[in-house]
Design a protein around this ligand. Structure first.
Ligand code: SF4
Length: 326
């Protein structure tokens, strides 16, 4: 059994793309591995510190949706990052030995430096967020971390920090390996990558009626003008949904689309049925959890207690290795 660590940022309600790209993988991992999954609310502050008015609510929403999707607190340690204060202490200690040059070569940071529209994000916290990520991972001595291609450089910094710590002090940290997640292309209603920030996502807080309406309005192959025109499913957002939520029928849909054997209205209806069957129970269960905040708080508290026990052990080792205390 491997120890796995992974977090989800509380950007607000999760959407179908989040499920397909990350959470579906969590559900698989929880069956066979020893998993720590957390709502990464400290990470949210690295870019969202100017407006924290929704942070508390969004943290609850993401936790409720993870539970509703099937993340099982009896199988995994599920917690909210800021409930385990050791993450902040560990991040601070790891910052002491992390060269700034490692952080400056992080592609996300370099992109930001090139983006003059967001000068307010040039904070120490943003520069340092790969160290916070390292603290999250190294805290639980993860064997492996699921990463998409864009997160691979961050994991490499985590590995470098672990190596440097172990070299400087008495090695107590474990270098995690990457579990590479195959990218899932899921475009949103407007044909761009599904993302909350583009406003094109189908989220789990959308009502079933809104979900149907969003699918009805989703762009298809723009070259398919008439019902008799053959389509190209590879450029169509609706076909992305078929691949994930209607995989058994996707090959048939591909063929029918390419031969003009199905119209886009019918094609959308077919996937909307499948998505409704998947989405509605998650929507309803998460609404029910959110209506009982004390229950949600208990689940978060139990998870934090389990995580904090492990974090306390790691920090005791770290403090001793760094000769802290008297
Ligand atoms: S038939 Fe379906 S897959 Fe083909 S373009 Fe229309 S909506 Fe997209």
């Amino acid at each position: 059994m491997k120890t796995i660590v992974s977090g989800a940022r509380p950007t607000g309600s999760l959407h179908l793309g989040n499920y397909a790209g990350a959470i579906a993988n969590w559900l698989r991992l929880q069956e066979t591995e020893h998993c720590y999954f957390f709502v990464a609310n400290y990470h949210m502050l690295t870019t969202g510190f100017l407006d924290v008015s929704q942070l508390h609510e969004n943290t609850g929403i993401v936790l409720a949706e993870l539970l509703a999707m099937g993340v099982d607190p009896d199988k995994v340690t599920l917690f909210v990052q800021s409930d385990v204060r050791e993450h902040a202490e560990f991040c601070m200690l790891l910052s002491m030995l992390t060269p700034v040059s490692w952080l400056e070569r992080n592609p996300t940071y370099k992109d930001l430096m090139d983006n003059l529209d967001q000068p307010e994000l040039r904070t120490a916290g943003f520069l340092n967020y790969p160290v916070l990520m390292a603290a999250d991972i190294l805290m639980y001595k993860a064997d492996a971390v699921p990463v998409g291609q864009d997160q691979a450089p961050h994991l490499e910094i985590t590995r470098e920090i672990a190596r440097r710590f172990n070299h400087l002090y008495d090695g107590v940290l474990r270098e995690p390996q990457a579990i590479h997640i195959s990218p899932v292309l899921m475009r949103g209603m407007d044909g761009r990558k599904m993302s909350k920030s583009y406003g094109n996502a189908i989220s789990f807080q959308d009502t079933p009626e809104t979900v149907r309406e969003k699918i009805r309005l989703t762009v298809t192959d723009p070259a398919r003008v008439r019902r008799n025109d053959p389509g190209n499913p590879d450029v169509c957002s609706v076909f992305d949904l078929h691949k994930v939520f209607n995989p058994d029928e996707a090959p048939e849909i591909r063929h029918l689309c390419q031969t003009a054997g199905i119209g886009c209205v019918e094609c959308k209806k077919r996937v909307a049925e499948k998505i409704a069957a998947f989405h509605t129970p998650i929507h309803e269960k998460s609404r029910e959890l959110l209506a009982h905040p004390a229950r949600l708080a208990d689940i978060a508290a139990d998870g934090a207690k389990k995580a904090a026990a492990v974090a306390a052990d790691t920090m005791a080792e770290v403090r001793e290795a760094m000769n802290l205390g008297i």
